[in-house]
Design a protein around this ligand. Structure first.
Ligand SMILES: Nc1nc2c(ncn2[C@@H]2O[C@H](COP(=O)(O)OP(=O)(O)OP(=O)(O)O)[C@@H](O)[C@H]2O)c(=O)[nH]1
Ligand SMILES: [Mg+2]
Length: 452
């Protein structure tokens, strides 16, 4: 086997904090074969004991054999590489990467790309708290260009809720370092897909299932289900959080493999359907024409290098460590926060559209009194929209975020008092608020924005 797994994020047994082994990370990412090539990071994350490390070893095989037609190799050879095991105890702890970056000539860009394979600690094992699960998953989303979200049997509502929790936490770290890009690609990988008669295994079936799951509560559904605001906003948020969402449905590995206590991963013990789909799935992630390079936020989306990836990981871990982010203390609180934020965005959209409608692009000045008057009316509409859209608005003691958000909307009016005739920018920083509020009233209404 060419290479071995290297632990780069390790949990300190005493403090329970995750720590970066920077030397180990640099030892891989600063190798001469990486140089200043763009990097592609393919990570597998998701619930514990669901075959993540097992799958990654097929990705290693594909890279080692350079995607040759016979890349799966001798079917009687055991599967090794990232440590995997049967049994019920969680196996992978922290984050590992493969010691050897693989150089692949990416057809789309005509450049060589260094591929990094990443294995992660399973979420929600008996030893892993919500906090740790969120930490690992969010860090994975932030640092990979493709995250495989490994699921069992189906895509359930709680899989979406968990993903929302993890991505919200990751996004708040992006905000903290003034990065506002969405995460890159996410592939829902459903293992042991339960309904192959209804939707056949593979990518096409997966896309249909994903559309159903993400769309069934939205406008696209033929018969929209009774959707709570939270469910709609969660789906909307997930779509907006990723550049690309895909799904692949995998068949079961076969009872022979699953029930044999001596199973060592050799392909000839796996079901032929599983092997067939492994041969289709792996090139979907790693074939030269499909590689997705990690992009650097600091350089306006240019491909990131190994050196930059080291910096990302260090920066994000530092942001997490500083503890300024909202602790994901409970899923309910997190959900309330996301729901409130979604409702806030809707409310601000209501306000922005209404104000845009009265700003004349040819006018170079605005009547302050007119704007203030309209502002008061539109602010009322926005607050009403916020309360209507937010199912948590009533329980403010339970979810203080509601209070914060309402306060922000109120603050808009304070800013408006200072409106001047020309392009104006206000910066509001409330002591009690985590967010900055800008109001920009330029000549062109397209720029009339209120990002919060
Ligand atoms: N049913 C089923 N079992 C699988 C599949 N792939 C692998 N396994 C089995 O799942 C068990 C766990 O595999 P691992 O790769 O160690 O799982 P993991 O998700 O990395 O586990 P943690 O690192 O503990 O989170 C092994 O016994 C594999 O044989 C699959 O697609 N379906
Ligand atoms: Mg594992």
């Amino acid at each position: 086997m060419s290479g071995h797994p290297v632990p780069i994020v390790v949990q300190n047994k005493e403090t329970r904090e995750f720590e970066l082994d920077e030397e180990a990370l640099r030892g891989v990412l600063l190798r001469p074969e990486v140089g200043d090539k763009p990097v592609c990071v393919v990570a597998v994350a998701g619930a514990f004991r669901t075959g993540k490390s097992f799958l990654l070893n097929f990705l290693v095989k594909y890279c080692v054999n350079e995607g040759s037609p016979n890349w799966l190799g001798d079917p009687s050879q055991p599967l090794d590489g990232f440590v995997w095991s049967s049994g019920m105890e969680g196996q992978t702890a922290g984050i590992y990467i493969w010691s050897k970056p693989f150089t692949i000539y990416a057809k789309s860009s005509g450049k060589k790309v260094a591929v990094i394979l990443m294995d992660t600690q399973g979420t929600f094992d008996t030893q892993t708290s919500l906090r740790d699960s969120t930490y690992i998953f969010a860090l994975t989303l932030l640092t990979s260009s493709v995250t495989v979200y490994n699921l069992m049997n189906n895509i359930r509502e709680d899989d979406l809720t968990n993903l929302q929790t993890f991505s919200t936490y990751g996004a708040s770290a992006q905000k903290e370092i003034k990065e506002s890009r969405a995460f890159q690609n996410l592939l829902f990988l459903v293992r042991d897909w339960s309904f192959p008669r209804q939707h056949p295994c593979g990518h096409e079936g997966g896309q249909v299932v994903l559309e159903k799951v993400l769309g069934q509560l939205g406008e696209k559904a033929e018969k929209p289900m009774q959707a709570s605001t939270h469910q709609r906003l969660m789906r909307q948020g997930l779509r907006q959080s990723f550049e690309k969402l895909e799904c692949y449905l995998m068949p079961h590995i076969g009872l022979g493999a699953a029930e044999d206590s001596n199973f060592d991963g050799r392909p000839n013990q796996l079901s032929p359907q599983f092997v067939e789909h492994i041969k289709l799935l792996v090139p979907r992630l790693l074939a030269p024409e499909r590689l997705v390079v990690k992009r650097s936020a600091a350089r306006r989306g240019q491909p990131a290098t190994g050196e930059e990836l080291v910096d990302f990981i260090k920066t994000y871990m530092a942001v997490f460590r500083e503890g300024k982010l909202v602790e994901p203390t409970s899923l309910a609180e997190m959900t309330a926060r996301v729901c409130s934020n979604g409702a806030r965005n809707i409310a601000l959209e209501v306000y922005k559209n209404a104000m845009n409608s009265i700003v004349n692009p040819d006018e170079k000045s605005y009547e302050t009194t007119l704007l203030s008057k309209q502002h008061l009316a539109y602010k009322r509409d926005a607050v009403a929209a916020y309360l209507r859209e937010n199912q948590y608005a009533a329980s403010s003691e339970l979810f203080p975020v509601v209070h914060e958000v309402k306060e922000q909307l109120e603050k808009v009016s304070e800013c408006m008092r200072e409106v001047t005739p020309y392009a104006t920018e206000f910066l509001l920083q409330s002591k009690n608020c985590h967010f900055k509020t800008y109001i920009i009233l330029p000549i062109n209404p397209d720029y009339f924005t209120i990002p919060i």
